[in-house]
Design a protein around this ligand. Structure first.
Ligand SMILES: [Mg+2]
Ligand SMILES: [Zn+2]
Length: 192
């Protein structure tokens, strides 16, 4: 079994659209600083890198599933060109209601990825910028990291119940690698 780093997309890999808006065109896809390096470091440390993203803009008709998938393929190519391999991308195209099993904080995308890629969820991390991401990670039995940008970090961490709080994906990655280095026995005990 492999361990995975599950990454939220908007607000973690790329700059989030303003509230109520969505990234629906490649021109709006602005990668945040250090994200390629973070993916390189995570893969070098033995993590599969799996993006899990709520994209209800599909249900809203703002983008088609195939256009979204093309954008994701282009994102993977751009990262791969920098030596940063994204192993898989999952998205939930559904609206809030009726409820589906894949829209975070439901763990459906993580569970599906675990089945598809033989992932040890207890040895894996969910890294996201919202309570929904942390909720999905916890529901799947993963460790969780909350990326807060420049917000008040300790307050938001307590609120979301995340295991660690970071200012960016790269900061979260450094902290996770430190935790793993300090506690190798924990990683071993869950990788049965
Ligand atoms: Mg997000
Ligand atoms: Zn869904």
């Amino acid at each position: 079994m492999k361990k995975a780093a599950f990454l939220d997309r908007d607000g973690v890999i790329n700059r989030k659209a303003p509230a109520g808006e969505y990234v629906t065109r490649w021109e709006e896809m602005e990668f945040l600083p250090g994200t390629r390096e973070a993916v390189r470091l995570l893969r070098r440390a033995g993590f599969l890198v799996v993006v899990v993203s709520n994209q209800r803009c599909v249900a809203k008709g703002l983008i088609t599933a195939s256009a979204l998938e093309s954008m994701h393929e282009r994102m993977r190519r751009e990262f791969a060109a920098a030596g940063a391999i994204i192993d898989a991308i999952y998205y939930c195209p559904h609206e809030n209601a009726p409820p589906c099993g894949c829209r975070k904080p439901q763990p459906g995308m993580l569970l599906q990825a675990a089945r598809d890629h033989d992932i040890d969820l207890a040895a894996s991390w969910m890294i996201g910028d919202s309570g929904r991401d942390v909720g999905a990670g916890r529901a799947a039995g993963c460790h969780t990291a909350l990326v807060t940008g420049n917000d008040d970090r300790s307050h938001r961490a307590a609120e979301a119940g995340a295991d660690l709080v970071a200012s960016s994906l790269l900061d979260a990655t450094h902290q996770i690698l430190q935790v793993e280095a300090a506690l190798p026995s924990v990683t071993r005990s869950v990788s049965r």
